[in-house]
Design a protein around this ligand. Structure first.
Ligand SMILES: [Zn+2]
Length: 429
């Protein structure tokens, strides 16, 4: 790597000092404050830190932290990787991540969806990974269509390689201005935010629905394994791009048609989809699947997700779900034989409006003991009552946990509820 200019070196060093002080004084992991100090001293710091590295930017509504971790783990097979492991996914966090691994030839950065165009322009990253777009917490949602439109503008005319989920119509639209795209069939369980064509506003037809393409005849080959995720606009020519990578149940099918069993440690369909995206990304870095796959298996938890906290013989497995699509993914991971505790807050990072709770179908929870805790437990309780899901109300997570028989229990919590449980119950094990 070329040497950073003196001013950038100084800004980077002072940023690291601020981060160390922040950690030492117990104000968090320091990655954001360190980056802010660095950027204040040298506004061009992110661009300077990014140049001469092979960078991948990872963005999505859900799964970006986990996928960033999986790609990082894979690329470590090739050399040192700079990454924002603590989910600080805005430019200050990126500065911190890159300056704390100054000599790493590779970088994998999780990027907030709204900041993606800015970070693409600043870093000139060679690889962009786009997985899904759906409504986040209601009061911060903005317009996801506008977001996809900004992605389109940022990617147009750039010499970048985009890895994108073909099964999400909005992602496909957002990525389709890029000159080079590797399409991955990673699935789209949550479809409620994409019934309309992003190109023309017409209705999208999906596999399983009656489908008549423009002109009245079916065009294009659709293999059986891709067909279940197929979609096409009824009124214009916009339709799902043909993928070259597929998630096929518990396996990935690569562009040569070879099937590899995923057997990763992280649970659930969503994580298998993240793994397929990670493998497709690793290949653009020249890393073959047989070397990348064992590295993905080494990842067992990501920022506390899927880890277990214990008290008095109760072992609670923590699942984070921040929005309707995330709840659907968490339901997929639940152990059907176990009780489940649901904890919902509505603080700033969660979004204060909890009306999104009504968009989730909770009927899958019927038939197991359900406990409801968190600041917005009454909102959730009403919703469960309407869905016909029996439940018990608890004043706190602690009380809900104490009500369980000794043994395992699953927990689904949104952002601040999840963080509260982690901090009150100590280090996850
Ligand atoms: Zn259309």
């Amino acid at each position: 790597m070329t040497q950073l200019p003196l001013r950038a070196q100084l800004a980077s060093a002072l940023g690291r000092t601020a981060a160390t002080l922040s950690r030492a004084t117990g104000r968090g992991d320091g990655s954001v404050i360190g980056g802010r100090v660095g950027l204040a001293l040298e506004p061009d710091l992110l661009r300077k830190l990014a140049q001469d590295r092979k960078l991948a930017l990872v963005s999505a509504t859900n799964g970006k932290t986990t996928t960033t971790r999986l790609i990082t783990s894979a690329l470590q097979e090739l050399g040192d990787v700079a990454t924002n492991a603590f989910g600080a996914n805005m430019p200050a966090g990126h500065v911190s991540a890159l300056s704390s691994a100054k000599h790493a030839p590779y970088g994998v950065l999780e990027v907030d969806e709204k900041y993606l165009p800015e970070v693409i322009n600043t870093t000139g990253a060679g690889v962009i990974v786009l997985m899904n777009l759906s409504r986040d917490q209601m009061d911060r949602a903005g317009e996801i269509w506008l977001l996809a439109q900004k992605w389109r503008r940022a990617l147009a005319g750039k010499n970048t390689h985009v890895i994108a989920n073909a099964d999400d119509p909005l992602v496909a639209w957002g990525a389709s201005t890029a000159t080079r795209v590797t399409w991955v069939s990673a699935g789209q369980p949550w479809k409620e935010d994409s019934w309309c064509c992003p190109e023309c506003g017409g209705p999208l037809d999906r596999k399983g629905m009656e489908y008549t393409p423009p002109g009245g005849h079916v065009s294009g080959m659709v293999t059986s394994r891709t067909a279940e995720n197929d979609w096409a606009c009824r009124e214009c020519t916009f339709r799902r791009p043909e993928p070259s990578w597929f998630l096929d149940d518990d396996a990935v099918i690569d562009p040569r048609g070879q099937r590899w069993v995923l057997d990763i440690q992280l649970p659930g369909r969503a994580n298998r989809a993240n793994a397929v995206v990670a493998l497709a990304t690793a290949e653009t870095f020249g890393l073959p699947i047989q070397r990348a796959l064992p590295r993905l298996r080494e990842v067992t938890s990501v920022a506390g997700r899927y880890t277990t906290v214990q008290r008095d013989g109760r072992h609670a497995r923590l699942l984070l779900a921040k929005n309707p699509a995330g709840w659907l993914e968490a339901f997929d991971v639940l152990d059907r034989s176990l009780p489940v505790i649901l904890s919902v807050n509505a603080q700033g990072p969660d979004g204060r409006d909890t009306s999104w709770l009504w968009d989730v179908d909770y009927r899958v929870l019927r038939g197991r003991p359900v406990y409801v805790a968190g600041e917005r437990r009454l909102d959730l309780a009403l919703r469960l009552d309407v869905a016909g899901v029996p439940f018990q109300l608890a004043d706190s997570f602690e009380q809900a946990l104490a009500a369980q028989p000794p043994g395992k229990v699953d927990v689904i919590a949104n952002y601040t509820a999840f963080q509260q449980i982690r901090s009150e119950f100590g280090r996850a094990v």
